[in-house]
Design a protein around this ligand. Structure first.
Ligand SMILES: [Zn+2]
Ligand SMILES: [Zn+2]
Length: 247
């Protein structure tokens, strides 16, 4: 399965990248994790002839700002948007006048589904669990095409991130903080936190996204993370926009 990192910045866009969005190209579905400004690049990679499933972790703008670009797409099999309880009501307010073209006027069918915490069959298996963040935020675990992908952003260190990442083929976590940096009042992960979660979960591979725009000012800052942590976490991916990996 191809995994493409459409947007890898946290908080805001800079020359290092767009805000958070990740594309999974499964056999029967195109799956998008979060809708930061990277979302606008999805049509560089997909033909738009499969059903598109979009999962929203939470409503901080770096995870939903790209939704105003939905009008450019032509998803011939429609779009389903999933998120925590309240997602439908919030998106009906945000993807609406006077901000942007309303959901009902998009040039494809859209279905929004609020998900309770726990296990679901969509029909592929999905688990969502709350993470640690100043606002309610879901992490996701998706099983599809014989692969397990977990997506945990935004969060501090928590057991649910380890549970979601258990034996995952790919665990994607945020990396909002620099090595050694802590932010107890507004939880995010530094690289050692992310590596700790991946190792506790026995994830086969860890990919870091959501590099805080204010602290990771150049891509060189990210390369330093790779150089520092790859030995503790073989196969570590320090994502940059438009990187595609095969899992
Ligand atoms: Zn964020
Ligand atoms: Zn956030």
């Amino acid at each position: 399965m191809k995994v493409t990192f459409l947007g890898t910045n946290g908080w805001y866009d800079t020359k290092t990248g767009n805000t958070c969005s990740v594309l999974l190209q499964a056999e029967e579905y195109d799956i998008i994790l979060d809708a930061g400004n990277g979302l606008a690049k999805a049509d560089r990679y997909i033909t738009q002839d499969k059903p598109v499933y979009l999962f929203i972790s939470h409503f901080h703008l770096d995870h939903i700002a790209g939704l105003h670009t939905l009008v450019k797409f032509r998803f011939s099999k429609g779009l389903k948007i999933f998120g925590q309880p309240g997602t439908t009501a919030i998106l009906n307010t945000f993807v609406a006048e006077p901000f942007t073209v309303p959901i009902a006027q998009l040039p494809f069918t859209v279905e929004m589904i609020d998900l309770a915490e726990g296990d679901h069959t969509l029909p592929f298996p999905l688990t969502c669990l709350p993470l640690v963040h100043p606002v309610p935020c879901f992490g996701f675990r998706i099983v599809i095409d014989g692969r397990v992908i977990a997506y945990c952003t935004d969060t501090g260190v928590c057991n649910n991130a380890i549970t979601l990442g258990q034996n995952a083929d790919l665990l994607i976590t945020e990396c909002g903080l620099k090595p050694g940096q802590e932010s107890p009042g507004w939880p995010h992960l530094n690289p050692e936190n992310a590596v700790h979660i991946a190792n506790e979960a026995h994830a086969k591979r860890l990919a870091l996204v959501h590099f805080g725009a204010e602290v990771y000012r150049t891509l060189k800052d990210r390369i330093e993370v790779y150089n520092q942590y790859e030995k503790q976490c073989p196969g570590l991916v320090v994502a940059t926009d438009d990187l595609t990996i095969e899992i």
